[in-house]
Ligand binder design. Structure first.
Ligand code: PRP
Ligand code: HPA
Ligand code: MG
Length: 174
């Protein structure tokens, strides 16, 4: 059966925001090389679109962690499914996520990546759900949109692995 999806952010709104984020990052990292860390799978589409709009030199690496089962609640247990290929020593690391919800995924990731000796670590997310935050210490450097406490899909975000390919952000009417 098809789920009913209500549009929360249109493709045009998302594109415009990614352009703005790319410009802000390019300004802030002027004269440096930025090492983007894409957090798979959710961060894949956003990372690629963002990378296209950054004008300073970019390198990219990919990591896969999982904190959600098949439902809409974080399990609280974060697992590394695929680690990075490259070391982070002396790099300007920018972690790119689709969403920060409870903050558990990012709190865990930042802790382990800090130990690998990067020059600095910042965080960029397309969506932020501040009302849901459990890990209050997670500081977001670049956030596209703050959204209300609703389960969203599209632009990399899934519900039971579906809808990652939608070019907009929608809410599944459960
Ligand atoms: O702030 P949190 O409550 O930790 O939730 C955010 C994380 O949860 C989702 O990933 P998920 O673990 O579902 O895996 P996926 O990216 O492969 O969909 C999302 O892509 C974020 O990575
Ligand atoms: O709202 C959401 N949608 C999809 N995946 C998620 N992971 C955390 N929050 C969400
Ligand atoms: Mg994810």
């Amino acid at each position: 059966m098809e789920d009913k999806i209500r549009v929360l952010l249109t493709e045009e709104q998302v594109d415009q925001k990614i352009q703005e984020l790319g410009e802000a990052i390019s300004r802030d990292y002027a004269g440096k090389e930025v090492h983007l860390i894409c957090v798979l799978k959710g961060g894949a589409m956003f990372t690629c679109e963002l990378a296209k709009r950054i004008t300073v030199p970019v390198t990219m690496d990919f990591m896969s962690v999982s904190s959600y089962g098949s439902g809409t609640e974080s399990s609280g247990v974060v697992r590394i499914v695929k680690d990075l290929d490259e070391p982070l020593k002396d790099k300007h690391v920018l972690i790119v996520e689709d969403i920060i919800d409870s903050g558990r995924t990012l709190a865990y990731l930042i802790e382990i990546l800090k130990q690998r000796g990067p020059s600095d670590i910042r965080l960029c997310t397309l969506l932020d759900k501040p009302e849901r935050r459990v890990k209050k210490q997670v500081k977001v450097d670049y956030a596209g949109f703050c959204i209300p406490d609703e389960f969203v899909v599209g632009y990399g975000l899934d519900y039971n692995q579906k809808y990652r390919n939608l070019p907009y952000i929608g809410v599944v009417e459960l």
